[in-house]
Ligand binder design. Structure first.
Ligand code: ADP
Length: 269
């Protein structure tokens, strides 16, 4: 996108030419577009749970209800309020990470129970997928902030659920490669278009095509994943084929590598 300014150039009273200034405003234009898309996504994402909360509480206030029905409504209100909280936490996380205020409490811990917890939580989800957990290494202890790594796995595994049809397999594979502990999250879902792959981890970016327009989200999940993994000196990668499925891989320094880095830091200071 090119913006052109034209300024007439005078010599005394005589116009002798025009100065044309061309400015490439593609970046600003793209940022503006992302911003306005963001405002509409956020309003939509906040409004959906709020309308359920309002609707169900109005129903409960206006009618005498049987206890079972009452319980069902309260459950819905509770779930929707949780959704709102998760959403707001995402916003706060992004802001904390951007301002460099995010702190990490790293300790040695086994990543397997963290993965299992996330899978168990996903199983309560409304959708019905089959989960497989494949462990291909004994060495699954890493230096991590357990809550934050839990959040990384939660975002990736819940995306695998969200972007694949009911009943599909979701496989989590844990293995070691070049002194890294790797976790693959493999789904058989919608897949990701090639031209979207390099933008995927950008804040607020969402793939916009018809088969996923109805699926809610803010485009923050993967940017949070990237930040947390980076803070653990790791990497996150994605491979995907449209209409076949996606594999997200998180690579984190294995204990030996983390120890070595700490030793080097001690030697350097
Ligand atoms: P959100 O899910 O809130 O839109 P994310 O940052 O988690 O935000 O993901 C960004 C985009 O990447 C999503 O809008 C979705 O289109 C795409 N995506 C993420 N994970 C998957 C997946 N497992 N399969 C297909 N598409 C995915």
């Amino acid at each position: 996108v090119i913006q052109v300014y034209a300024t007439p150039l005078y010599n005394g009273r005589e116009k002798i030419g025009t100065i044309l200034v061309h400015r490439d405003i593609t970046k600003e234009y793209e940022i503006d577009q992302i911003k306005s898309e963001f405002v509409s996504t956020v309003s939509h994402e906040l409004r959906t749970p709020l309308s359920s909360i309002l609707g169900f509480s109005e129903l409960m206030l206006s009618k005498e209800l049987k206890p079972e029905r009452q319980k069902k409504y309260v459950q819905t209100i509770y779930q929707e309020a949780q959704r709102l909280t998760a959403l707001i936490n995402d916003f706060l996380d992004v802001q904390r990470m951007e301002s460099g205020k995010q702190t990490y409490d790293k300790r040695y811990g086994d990543v397997m129970p963290v993965i299992q917890r996330v899978i168990d939580l996903q199983k309560i989800n409304v959708k019905d997928h089959t989960f497989h957990l494949q462990r291909e290494t004994d060495q699954t202890t890493i230096l991590m902030d357990e809550d934050k790594i839990g959040q990384v796995l939660m975002n990736l595994i819940s995306n695998a659920v969200k972007y694949s049809p009911n009943g599909k397999d979701i496989t989590v594979r844990v293995y070691e490669q070049s002194s890294k502990l790797c976790v693959d999250i493999i789904d058989q879902g919608l897949g990701i278009p090639k031209d979207a792959l390099d933008k995927l981890f950008t804040k607020f970016y969402r793939v916009d095509n018809s088969d996923r327009r109805r699926i809610g989200g803010t485009g923050l999940g993967l940017s949070i994943v990237k930040e947390i993994v980076k803070a653990h000196q790791g990497e996150v990668e994605v491979q995907s084929t449209l209409k076949e499925g996606s594999t997200f891989t998180v690579k984190l320094p294995s204990v030996q590598q983390a120890d070595q880095e700490i030793e080097e830091q001690v030697l350097l200071t």
